[in-house]
Design a protein around this ligand. Structure first.
Ligand SMILES: NC(=O)c1ccc[n+]([C@@H]2O[C@H](COP(=O)([O-])OP(=O)(O)OC[C@H]3O[C@@H](n4cnc5c(N)ncnc54)[C@H](O)[C@@H]3O)[C@@H](O)[C@H]2O)c1
Length: 307
């Protein structure tokens, strides 16, 4: 018996990298898996049906159930069709792991409008479109079943890049922040169906991390020591969040790499003050002047330290 026996899962961007690992792990745990992928390059250009078809074959060869759903998650109609395919082909949709993503890094002064828009489109609109069509289906299903709680798991993929305000990734950091907050809002809304929504923040070796300035950090260790960034470490997290173990886990940001796991707490106010007078510049200086004195720019700000 697998922990996800009888469940239907959909993983976006599952032809390569982390999505592939997550799709394999969910299938191994017993879920029937819709393998979505556009087969694009890292920059979102091009398309290829081969990666999704290969992952379906891999799952089937291991004795699992899967079907390919070629398409672009940021295209409204493609997203609707991909969700529909899960229901038509496997009879339901319980787990939606939004993972598809692209990367087009650059400093703000060099960034083009298209570089910004394409990253926001694939990540933010892609997550929203899949969440929207899934929740439409859950709403219909919940009504048809008299409001009985259903088995629903939305899992989004962010990155701690957004909490670092990563240098050279203004588009990606903004998109990942938007994904985190979209998912927190979805968590409140899908609670009414008995469903959960959580964000995972993986760190692993894929073409994405091997193409940037961090390639040496993510590379496989040459001395045979523990491979902390092997993408296979992410599979169990996808399964756990999708599983009955996490029935009461919602609105969380969970980061994992190697043997390390972190759950982020809600942001806290470093200063929380009610003034006796209404604010003017002098009053603000009286309170903020001493508070910021001695604090370093950026380092003592909201952002986490860079990796
Ligand atoms: N690798 C890491 O350490 C890391 C860290 C933090 C977050 N992430 C996030 O994890 C996710 C997966 O990244 P990865 O490292 O496996 O990258 P990857 O480039 O190996 O895989 C991304 C997959 O998404 C697919 N894709 C791209 N645009 C698509 C679209 N519009 N519709 C459908 N499929 C599309 C690609 O074809 C590809 O198969 C991304 O959201 C990424 O931002 C990765």
């Amino acid at each position: 018996m697998g922990i996800l026996d009888g469940k239907v899962a959909l993983v976006t961007g599952a032809g390569l990298g982390l999505g592939r690992i997550e799709a394999l792990a969910l299938a191994e745990a017993g879920a029937s898996v819709i393998v979505n992928d556009l087969g694009s390059g890292l920059d979102g250009e091009g398309s290829d049906e081969a990666p999704a078809n290969d992952v379906v074959r891999e799952i089937e060869a291991a004795g699992g159930k899967a079907a390919a759903a070629f398409g672009d998650v940021s295209d409204w109609e493609d997203a609707r069709r991909i969700v529909r395919q899960a229901v038509d082909q496997f009879g339901d949709l319980n787990i939606v792991l939004n993972n598809a993503g692209i990367q087009r890094d650059g400093m703000i002064v060099k960034m083009t409008e298209d570089q910004f828009d394409s990253v926001m489109r694939v990540h933010v609109k892609g997550h929203f479109a899949m969440i929207k069509h899934t929740m439409d289906y859950w709403r219909e299903k919940s009504k048809a079943e008299g409001g009985e709680p259903l088995y629903g798991r939305l899992i989004s993929t962010a990155s701690d890049s957004f909490m670092m305000g990563n240098l050279g990734q203004p588009n990606y950091a903004a998109a990942k922040a938007a994904i985190a907050h979209l998912t927190l809002s979805a968590a409140r809304e899908c609670q009414r169906f008995g469903a959960t929504a959580n964000v995972i923040l993986p760190r692993a070796r894929t073409r994405m991390t091997m193409s940037g300035p961090w390639a040496s950090i993510f590379a496989e260790p040459e001395d045979g020591s523990f491979d902390a960034f092997a993408p296979e470490h992410i599979g169990p997290l996808a399964v756990w969040v999708a599983s009955p173990h996490a029935a009461n886990v919602s609105g969380q940001l969970i980061q994992l790499w190697g043997k390390h796991i972190r759950v982020f707490a809600a942001p806290t106010a470093a200063l929380d003050h009610e003034n006796e007078q209404p604010w003017n510049v002098d009053e603000l200086q009286k309170v903020l002047g001493p508070f910021f004195e001695g604090k370093k720019p950026i380092e003592d700000g909201f952002a986490l330290p860079m990796m």
